[in-house]
Design a binder for this molecule. Sequence first.
Ligand code: 4AD
Ligand code: MG
Length: 477
Amino acid sequence: MERISVKKLLGTAPIHQEVEVNGWVKTFRSNRFIALNDGSTINNIQCVIDFEKFDEAIIKSISTGAAIKIKGNLVESQGRGQSVEIQVSEFQIHGTADADTYPIQPKKHSLEFLREKAHLRVRTNTFSAVMRLRSALSYAVHTYFQKNGFYYFHAPIITGSDAEGAGEMFRVTALDPKNPPLNENGDVNYKEDFFGKETNLTVSGQLEAEAYAMALGKVYTFGPTFRAENSNTSRHLAEFWMIEPEMAFHDLNDNMDLAEDFIKWVIKYILENCGDDLQFLEKRLLDEEKSKPQAERSELPLIEKLKFVADNNFKRVSYTEAIDILRNSKPNKKKKFEYIIEEWGADLQSEHERYLVEKHFKCPVILFDYPANIKAFYMRLNEDGKTVRAMDVLFPGIGEIVGGSQREERLEVLQQKMADLGIDEEELWWYLDLRKFGTAVHSGFGLGFERLVQFATGMGNIRDVIPFPRTPQNAAF
Ligand code: 4AD
Ligand code: MG
């Protein structure tokens, strides 16, 4: 007999045949109806037991969370709410789940409570839907790039360079922290460490991806990155996954085109392939919205919101234009932003970004040509000498989802910039080599995968879209 998934049972399996299915009990009603789920879909298969035919002790051991095997006949369902059901002829308990101590009860648990149970929360409908979508989005990311001539490039996790120059790195060391070797100045002597120098967990694979783009043409990374920034927000993780395409012979406009096309494509992919999970999450959000005041409710239901992004152009605006808009704007009744932008050159705060996207343009926005002094050292200086070819993609409800740029390809200009910022040329000698040997215009960006998953699922907190979130004071397991 073929072992069969719940998804298949509810979809394509022919009825009036014997089937075998394994899964976990969601609910058990009236000693008769088991709702069984195996993770293949948000929906459960109803399994009907004639309890008089089975031993009472076995019936008693069926409870929410138990893992069981069911054999029986797949028939049309008499009841409402499902098209088919299994008339159970045989069942076997793989493992019971004590109803008094099993944390995931058949009721609504708060997301905060479930965060404490990261190993079990994926057994809830919400988290199983989110994690299936996360998986589908990963597949879509690879498919998009592979179809479009990009090579998948594996950036190193342990690295000697600080790609963003922001000093937010986790140190990697094999030295005894209680007794590290010191040099004559009393500083830790990393030359005696495993790697013979100071090393860190990567904050971005970009610099290494540039090296590969300058030979393979178009590459992308998709891997974990790490930031030791102490940001306790609903948008920041200490460990997150980043997608970083890098393209030789592509300028900032090409880069913006790619970012927009790529995001639309992956959103369309889940709209076409993940309907059940999206509908479930949309309903969850609508229920949640009912408890909010009207003004805070989202204007569009989840699926409409995704379709809107997939089908409409993103608005492209220069930093200078954006600053003018913000200076002349009245964001709310108090008519003030918390942080007022006094002059050209100031960095935008998330309240400004969200105002532009959610109130002013009411669509995703790509901001470009930022002041050089608020962006990273590697960005291509514009002819005006004060802005760089940077771009950020801003999304409703999320803020910054993508950060990217055209890279400085001119050796002397890059050297000057590094000197101005006090970046040691010896640290990045190999990166400078790329400008000495066959340099060319090139561009790329980084998309924070969890922020994309947040947008796609409507989850408010980034901790709820990654299986085991790492945030300040939280890496219990
Ligand atoms: O803007 P960032 O810092 O850009 C870079 O790292 C570039 N080197 C990328 C490149 O050009 N190849 O980060 C890129 C994106 C952000 O827009 C955001 O979506 C996400 O990464 N991100 C985070 N996501 C979750 N938690 C954090 N702490 C994040 N920091 C950045
Ligand atoms: Mg950024």
